[in-house]
Design a protein around this ligand. Sequence first.
Ligand code: CA
Length: 466
Amino acid sequence: MRIRLIIYGHLWLLPIATIAQPTLIYHEVAHGLSRPTDIAFAPGFPDRMYVVEQGGKIRIVEQGQIISTFLDLSDRLDADSELGLLGLAFDPKFAENGIYYINFAGRIDGKLQSRVVRRFAESPGDYISSDREEMVLSFDQPYKNHNAGDIAFGPDSLLYIATGDGGSANDPAGNGQNLTTLLGKLLRIDVRGQVAYRIPEDNPFAHVTQARPEIWAYGLRNPWRISFDRETGDLWIGDVGQDKWEEISRVPANSGGLNFGWRCYEGDHFFSPCDSINQILPVYVYAHPNNCPDSRFCGESITGGFMYRGTNTDLAGLYFFADYGKNRLWALKYEEGNASQVFDFEFPYVHTSTFGEDAKGELFFATIEGSIFQIQTDASTSREADLQDQVILYPNPATTSIHLHLPPGTPGQYRWIELSGKSGGWQDLSPGGGSLPIPAVPNGVLWLQVQGPNLPSRLFMVEIIR
Ligand SMILES: [Ca+2]
């Protein structure tokens, strides 16, 4: 068991009760993605993972397979430096209206810009989005780096947008503390309705001259990934530091106007002389390798994650995060304003680029090399996986029919899905399976989706040779 008690800050608040370090199992749920920057799940489609790729695509992953390209903006975006497609958030009513939002940064009409746009799936279940797009918000970027770009709907159904300080290094223009720019901020806007957006009446600067009314919090450098705690409504930020300190900060639910300190502070350390400011201290900071007493707990570029609120009680209330340069996964237990315990987990790979949370509160993360992993423990290794292993398909390649074996006594149903995402109707399967006729299609591949009352949905790629 490895436990590190945090000695920064309020030592007297350390609780007496500690929890044992869980043992994690990383289940690779998909691979073959290209530079993932965000993972999202759409309301109403719990088994469908949308993976955002920096180069401009959103790919749909189901049952471990990349099943379609939902969106492709790669001809409009280049992913040079830290530019590209950086964030995706589904409208809370997506299952009814098909509306989703993306954030990207790129060279647009000759200028470096960040944009948040509203987009539409013709029908919410579509595997390919329509091209319809409406501008919500855009602002210029002085440099290619520090574009943050994560977006998320809060429990208040308002859209929160993380922006970076503009880039270069050391925030040369002082954007983090400048309330007249959208750079270096957390924004909060109301995107409901026919207009681009409205300013919520209770935004802290809604009626302040010399401040942008979109601002919810400020003093951020490059908030690489934000997330809401679905239980408390708190918003968590992993804010990438300059040369010394990485930080995790918390925006308590319904708390506007907080200043997280950059560039007066890097983490909880002075950085650049400022008039006195009312800085909200980070929940947790860790050092870069050249200044780090315990190499297991240092890094160089934080990737913020999520508070675990899934079904596994061993992980309940742990905030998971990682560092882009470190082959580690970390989790902190938050109590009374501090990280009361921080756990360090071995992981084979560096370059954890982003995290995601599904409808049940289970957590996933991606490596920039294109693999997606689920965070699990022994306790969550499921009967489902055992059952899935007993679903067998043969022969494959096939000609006009294929045999599907199910676990003995298990009924199910199946359907065929074309690569375009167009699917046929569900057909019943006898307990134990049987022989399935293959639709009359030219040589090529089709997806076969199988599910049942006691059988989690699974996709097979079937090669057809006539
Ligand atoms: Ca920038």
